[in-house]
Design a protein around this ligand. Sequence first.
Ligand SMILES: NC(=O)c1ccc[n+]([C@@H]2O[C@H](COP(=O)([O-])OP(=O)(O)OC[C@H]3O[C@@H](n4cnc5c(N)ncnc54)[C@H](O)[C@@H]3O)[C@@H](O)[C@H]2O)c1
Length: 251
Amino acid sequence: MLNYTDKIVVITGAAGGLGRTFAQAFAAQGAHVVACDKNKAGADETAQLVGGLGLEVDVTDAASVERMTGQILEAYGRIDVLINNAAIYATINRKPFYELADSEWDLVMNVNLKGVWQCTKAVVKPMIERFKNEGIGGKIINISSATVMSGSPNWSHYVASKGGVIGLTRSMAKELGGFNINVNAIAPGFTLTEASLNLMENAGQYGVDRGAIKRPSAAEDIAGTALYLASPLSDFVTGQTVIVDGGKQFI
Ligand SMILES: NC(=O)c1ccc[n+]([C@@H]2O[C@H](COP(=O)([O-])OP(=O)(O)OC[C@H]3O[C@@H](n4cnc5c(N)ncnc54)[C@H](O)[C@@H]3O)[C@@H](O)[C@H]2O)c1
C-alpha cells in the first residue's frame, strides 16, 4: 500500500531540511520526486540525490507557480501528490507582534499561507481534469506547525500563517472531496533540521521533557506521516491535521 512506483510527488521548499527528507522518503518507495524551491541550487541538489527533477519556484508568485506546474506536466503528464512545505521559517524575524513591520507580516503570510493556496490552486486543476477523464484523484499535504495549538511569543506572524494553513486545509478538503482529492495537514513539533538548529539554542533538548516520547523529533518522523497521508491507506482521511510532536500536545 506504500508503493509509490510511478507516482509523481511534488515537494515545495525541497532545497534541504524536511523537504529534502520527504524527497528521500518518497523516492525510496519508488516515486518520481519533483523538488521545487526558490533556492534552485538546493532543489537541484535534492533532485540529484533522489534521481528526480529540480525546479525553481517562488510560491508567492502566480506566474512562477504556473511555470512550475507546466514544467511538471510537460515532464510527466500528471501530478499525484503535492506537499506544500515551503515557508519562511529559518530566516524569520522574531519580535513582539506590536513591533512587527507590515513588510515582515506580509512576507510570512505570503509565503506560508498564500503560497499554499497558490500552489494548490495550480496543481488541482490538472488533478480535477484527470479525475473527470480517468477517475483518479490526488493527495495534497500542507505542512503547518504544532505551535498553532499553543501559540508562541514573538512568532505571532508565523503562528497565524500556520493556523491559516489548517483552516485552508479544511475548506479545500470540502471542495475537493468530490474529485477524490484528499487534503490534509501535518503539524510538526520542533524537529531537528539545519534551519531549526540555527533558530534554537540548546536545540537538542528543546521541548523534549514536555513530550510523552523523550527524544527530539527527526525529519524522518514527519516523513512517515507524509507517506501515510499520500497513500491509499488514508483514502478516507481528509481535512485533518496530524500533530507529530512525540506527544507534547493533545487536542
Ligand atoms: N523544523 C521544525 O522544527 C519545524 C516545525 C514545525 C513546522 N515546520 C515547517 O516545516 C517546513 C520545513 O521546515 P525546515 O525546518 O525544513 O525549514 P527550511 O527553512 O529548511 O525549509 C523551508 C524551505 O522553503 C524555501 N522557501 C522559502 N521561501 C520560498 C518561496 N517564496 N518559494 C519557494 N520556496 C521557498 C526555503 O528556501 C527552504 O528551502 C516549513 O513549512 C516549516 O514551517 C518546521
